[in-house]
Design a protein around this ligand. Structure first.
Ligand SMILES: Cc1cc2nc3c(=O)[nH]c(=O)nc-3n(C[C@H](O)[C@H](O)[C@H](O)COP(=O)(O)OP(=O)(O)OC[C@H]3O[C@@H](n4cnc5c(N)ncnc54)[C@H](O)[C@@H]3O)c2cc1C
Length: 399
């Protein structure tokens, strides 16, 4: 594998010059947004009149459903999302578009389900979000333990249960919700349903007051006798083969998103390193001469580790694009980036503790975001567990 980031950017510019230009002007415009969104705990409303919502809505769509060449491959998404993360790490998480709901609909949906679900993101006049709801109060790291039930009733299914920590849950036009037909069957009892936000029985209970990634709007959802048509169920009838169960659809979302998420984290680290380098040479940093020298040296070591993190994300993305199994690479990339960003956050908060408040606020926010990044889409502990299992020689012998 050889990936030259400059070559990827040149390719994007050739194939999708307009979107590339729009994105660059969006990034220029986002400068002060990160702090404002952090203060509000939401995306500021005035943003939608200033940014190209049509571009954001379509960024994560599959190309066959109107997605953009800009983000057509996992490698391109890594390159683009690293740039966005450099300016504002919360934005890619709270950004309009289908987000994590895209992969299960694409992997499990019939052609009709895909067309009707993805068509809503072609709206150029307003931001449109999708959401992905699998986590429950008693089923987080082990999502197969979910208890939300789906019961067949004539031509419909009735959903009952609660979901928590769902990104963009209040903003979403529709949510891809995972529920079980029979909890005793574990992952094989699980099905996914597309639930429109106006469906009676579906409600958003609250938005959490988050420590980090505050713009991403984390919500608790409830479903009480929520009736949805059987045609909204994804991956049924075994039409796409018995191995494509709904839980595999959820896993495809994580394989798809983790390299891009790792790239966002890396971008936010590159951005904060720039800020730290600038701060350390100024007089507001509150550092002694010796401490400033030590910090300058350590920032270079962080930079080197960050280059490795970037390579891991690109390798995971490249494998995904080749149609290879990319789960292990995606876990390694995400675990490495999020651990590195938490270490960097801790380091900066420690050394810049006496810095001028505006400067310190930037580093403190980075640290808070880093912790949230370590939890979403599988905690660092779970990624390390998957890595240790994959490298277990006894498991290899048994296989
Ligand atoms: C910002 C953010 C956005 C999110 N967005 C979404 C979303 O859009 N949709 C969605 O469905 N969910 C979402 N989540 C939920 C997220 O996927 C879960 O929080 C995560 O999977 C962990 O589950 P939990 O919080 O229940 O923790 P638990 O599973 O209860 O874990 C608690 C602690 O125990 C550790 N742990 C658990 N099991 C093991 C084990 N076997 N070995 C070692 N350590 C273990 C964990 O690492 C963690 O530190 C989001 C979370 C965050 C923070």
């Amino acid at each position: 594998m050889h990936i030259d980031t400059k070559h990827v950017i040149a390719q994007i510019q050739r194939e999708d010059h307009d979107s590339w230009q729009l994105m660059q002007s969006l990034l220029n415009d986002l400068g002060g947004l990160a702090q404002e969104a952090d203060r509000l705990g939401d995306m500021p409303e005035h943003l939608w009149g200033r940014v190209p919502v049509g571009l954001l809505n379509r960024m994560n769509l599959p190309v066959v459903h109107g997605g953009l060449p800009l983000t057509a491959t996992a490698v391109r998404r890594c390159v683009v999302f690293e740039q966005v993360g450099r300016v504002c790490p919360g934005l890619p998480i709270g950004m309009p578009g289908p987000g994590l709901s895209m992969p299960p609909v694409f992997a499990l949906g019939t052609p009709e389900q895909q067309s009707s679900y993805f068509a809503r993101f072609h709206d150029e006049s307003r931001p449109v979000w999708g959401a992905f709801a699998i986590t429950e109060p008693e089923a987080g790291s082990d999502a197969t333990a979910l208890r939300m039930s789906a019961r067949r009733d004539g031509d419909d299914y009735i959903l009952n249960g609660n979901k928590c920590f769902i990104t963009n849950g209040r903003r979403a036009d529709a949510v891809v919700v995972f529920a079980t037909l029979d909890a005793s069957k574990g992952r094989f009892g699980i099905r996914a349903f597309i639930v429109d936000k106006h469906t009676p029985g579906f409600s958003v209970d609250r938005c959490e007051d988050m420590m980090g990634l505050r713009a991403s709007q984390l919500t608790a959802l409830s479903f009480q006798d929520c009736r949805v048509p059987a045609s909204s169920m994804l991956g049924h009838n075994g039409k796409r083969g018995p191995l494509i169960d709904a839980f595999t659809g959820a896993q495809s979302a994580w394989d798809y998103m983790r390299p891009a998420l790792s790239a966002v984290i890396n971008g936010s680290c590159f951005g904060v390193l720039d800020a730290a380098r600038e701060a350390v040479s100024g007089k507001d940093a509150g550092l002694s001469t010796l401490q400033a020298q030590v910090v300058q040296r350590d920032l270079k070591v962080f930079q080197a580790r960050l280059e490795s993190a970037r390579l891991l994300a690109l390798r995971a993305a490249w494998r995904y694009d080749q149609g290879q199994r990319a789960s292990l690479d995606a876990s390694m990339a995400k675990a490495f980036s999020s651990t590195l960003s938490m270490e960097l956050g801790q380091y900066l908060s420690h050394h810049f503790a006496l810095a001028e408040p505006g400067q310190r606020a930037r580093f403190d926010k980075f640290y808070r975001d880093a912790k949230a990044f370590d939890i979403l889409e599988g905690t660092g502990d779970m990624q390390r567990l998957m890595i240790s299992r994959a490298f277990d020689p006894t498991a290899e012998q048994a296989a």
